[in-house]
Design a protein around this ligand. Structure first.
Ligand code: FES
Length: 336
């Protein structure tokens, strides 16, 4: 059975099945709602039920208290409609930003290659092109396991037929160690959905751009750089700080060096090593950035990497006078 969901304050009407949660229905219709865990525990997706009945699913008693249920609150990632409903959520519309609807895809692995220590590039051809914005990610079902993993696209949106993922091995990890680095092979089929995420390039912000990436957190930033430098309508000047421990951990270096050589006024590239002497910048990304820039007014920053790096980078950027509205970031867990 399918019900009609009216989404306020925009007044859009979408369809939602009884076995589908409201968050999924919104995302698949291109309506972005705040969310994080998608398991009913974080409460990021809390919204108002203005009219109609829902099944609250597995909403935890902490994320959604009894009195809130009575007051007409729900968790979008858990609630499924039992009648036509009207809901109201925190739809933050940001000018110039549009999100493509989430869809399901079947992919076929076309390439697996080692690109750095414990790091693989996996390329997946899709059964239909995926529209997305540079910086977004997909959710892949791990075969034989009842779970999914998320990975950012490293390819630019202008190449929608196949996605490139950069995956680092986590020892003992169910998905990376138990699948991607074990038995994943060219020709395998995978099920995935996407695109997700709000860590996207904002073309309307024309200030100079600082990009900070740690490990495979480079993937979404690589998608942005490939997109920006090949799109004649953008003129942004980019400063990329890529962090790794040792030279064997760095990837995409040759491509980035050659892009920087081709676009000397547009891309300034600082690959930084924290644990090894070499002929490039030495230190943590934050240390190298600190030396390069005195003050950072009139810049926009995109930061992606392990949570401690993202925190340290955000702190430094704010010390250099950027505001939270100038800093976009994504925590990138090299999760299992
Ligand atoms: Fe965390 Fe719904 S997204 S509770």
């Amino acid at each position: 059975t399918t019900h009609t969901v009216t989404v306020e304050p925009i007044g859009r009407q979408i369809a939602c099945r009884e076995d589908q949660n409201l968050l999924d229905a919104c995302l698949r219709n291109g309506i972005w709602m705040p969310h994080s865990c998608t398991h009913g525990t974080c409460a990021t997706c809390k919204a108002d039920l203005l009219d109609g009945d829902v099944d609250h699913g597995d909403a935890s008693a902490f994320a959604l208290m009894d009195f809130e249920r009575t007051e007409g609150k729900l968790l979008l990632c858990q609630a499924c409609p039992r009648s036509d409903v009207t809901i109201e959520g925190d739809i933050e519309a940001e000018e110039g930003l549009e999100f493509s609807p989430v869809r399901d895809f079947v992919g076929t692995v076309t390439e697996i290659s080692d690109i750095a220590r414990e790091t693989r590039l996996v390329r997946i051809g899709l059964d239909s092109p995926m529209e997305f914005s540079a910086g977004q990610y997909v959710s892949i079902t791990v075969p034989g396991q009842d779970c999914t993993r998320t990975y950012s696209m490293a390819n630019p949106p202008s190449q929608p037929e196949a996605i490139e993922l950069n995956i680092r091995r986590t020892p003992g990890g169910l998905a990376s160690d138990g699948w991607v680095f074990k038995n994943l092979a060219v020709g395998d089929q995978v099920e995935l959905s996407g695109p997700y995420g709000r860590f996207v390039f904002r073309p309307a912000r024309e200030e100079k751009v600082i990009m900070i990436a740690g490990g495979t957190g480079l993937a979404p930033i690589l998608s942005m750089i490939r997109h920006i430098l090949s799109d004649p309508s953008t003129t942004h000047e980019l400063h990329l700080f890529q962090g790794a421990r040792q030279e064997v951990d760095l990837y995409a270096v040759e491509e980035l060096r050659s892009l920087a050589a081709q676009h000397p006024d547009r891309l300034h590239y600082y690959p930084c090593l924290s644990d090894e002497e070499w002929d490039g910048p030495r230190g943590l990304v934050t240390e190298v950035l600190d030396e390069q820039f005195d003050r950072l007014r009139e810049h926009v920053a995109y930061v992606c990497g392990p949570p401690p790096m993202v925190q340290a980078a955000t702190k430094l950027l704010m010390r250099k006078r950027l505001f939270p509205r100038d800093i976009f970031h994504e925590d990138f867990f090299d999760e299992s």
